[in-house]
Design a protein around this ligand. Sequence first.
Ligand code: DX5
Ligand code: ZN
Length: 221
Amino acid sequence: MEILISPSVLNSHLSALADEVARIPSADFVHLDVMDNHFVPNLSFGLPVISDLRTKSDKPMDVHLMISDADRWAPAYAEAGCESVTFHIEASENPAKLIGQLHALGSRACFALKPATPIDPYEELLDAADMVLVMTVEPGFGGQSYMSDMEAKIARVRELAAARGTEIWVEVDGGISPKTIERAAGAGANVFVAGSAAYSAEDPDKVVEELRRLAAGVNRP
Ligand code: DX5
Ligand code: ZN
């Protein structure tokens, strides 16, 4: 399965967002963290900022919605032209319906799991969704440490998907750096978010290339 690198701009210079996205030409996606100070104890940016960024950047958008009431708010991000919309399973009353709506609006439809949320109760959604995001930190802030105990969940998503005969991307988000990416790749992840590892470097695009090289060197399940 292809390796995709999706840097998070959360800790970049957000008042110059389009310029910051232009610094990662090698990236497959830009990861956009939407926080509402309700689902998570932090506030970032939302639809008006992302819609305006859409007019200034062609970089495919990987939107990560850390917001309550995903059923109400997520479709607007697909309507705004985001290629991939991820909502938290803990914040949706009817995830199967929401996945259908996102697909009808033309985006990839994905769901995220907080560290304490298992995949097994949501096994059937693996047939409909395009990607599962396994959080490797508690959502809310950049710069936290990678939780290696999430590797069992990554492997479990892969196992369940294989048993169902379905192909799905598995994204990891939180503490991904050149030090940790090989472990996440080894467990079965193929989409990698890196926030502080990319944007604290002088040249974030070099970090993207290094992350891609390291993940590609791993024998994955
Ligand atoms: C955290 C966000 C992440 C964050 C990752 O809740 O979902 O995308 O930007 O930052 P790092 O890579 O620094 O852990
Ligand atoms: Zn994120």
